[in-house]
Design a protein. Structure first.
Length: 211
């Protein structure tokens, strides 16, 4: 629309707030299906309901800020700034509050003030979440550089194929598939398998003993 306000909001964006409202308030309606749309005012009502019951509920603020373009006489900037300055928000909540605050300043075309909250939120998130791959690799134990083959052996229906596929998913590994060579070598080195072993059912193997 010409005023920058959408006619309706995708329910996927307000689903969490709807569920929060339903969880916190017995009169709240259950979340909508993802593919449905609900009126914008109803979406904001869900967010308002959640905030009324928990004034620090971050997702409700975040979604509410994103539902429409904020204006100079209708925004949530002061409310969010007070909560951030209070210093009692969990860090994940503070990240959402700062992102929402930056979005609202951007809506008001106060771009100089919009960047600060977004950067502060991103910096906070970066400090709390380990994202340095080199650090992870430095902590990892040394791997095996040997080129010997890896055999995955087991009875039928015990997950050997799954294990083999997991190992083969490594770029340094090449799967030879199911090979009979190992069984041939095992039989040769053991002098032949007892006849009892050839008739063992995988479902009763744990209860079977071979002399």
């Amino acid at each position: 629309r010409s005023d920058g306000r959408p006619r309706s909001a995708p329910a996927g964006r307000v689903k969490a707030a709807s569920r929060a409202s339903a969880r916190l308030d017995a009169s709240g309606r259950p979340g909508q299906h993802f593919h449905q749309k609900i009126p914008l005012d109803a979406a904001e009502t869900h967010c308002d309901s959640a905030i009324a019951l928990d004034r620090r509920y971050p997702l409700a603020y975040y979604l509410r800020s994103d539902l429409r373009i904020q204006t100079a006489d209708r925004n949530n900037i002061v409310q969010m700034e007070v909560l951030i300055e209070d210093g009692k928000l969990y860090w994940r909540s503070e990240v959402l509050f700062r992102f929402a605050l930056g979005k609202e300043y951007e809506d008001l075309e106060e771009h100089g003030r919009a960047f600060g909250p977004v950067k502060a939120g991103a910096d906070l998130q970066r400090r709390r979440i380990g994202t340095q791959t080199r650090t992870w690799l430095a902590r990892a134990p040394a791997g095996f550089a040997a080129a010997e083959p890896i055999f995955v052996a087991g009875l039928p229906r015990t997950g050997t194929t799954h294990v083999e596929r997991i190992i083969a998913s490594n770029s340094a590994m090449i799967s030879a598939g199911e090979t009979g060579a190992f069984a041939v070598e095992a039989r040769a080195h053991s002098g032949g398998l007892p006849q009892q072993a050839l008739s063992i059912s995988p479902y009763s193997a744990s209860d079977t003993s071979i002399p």
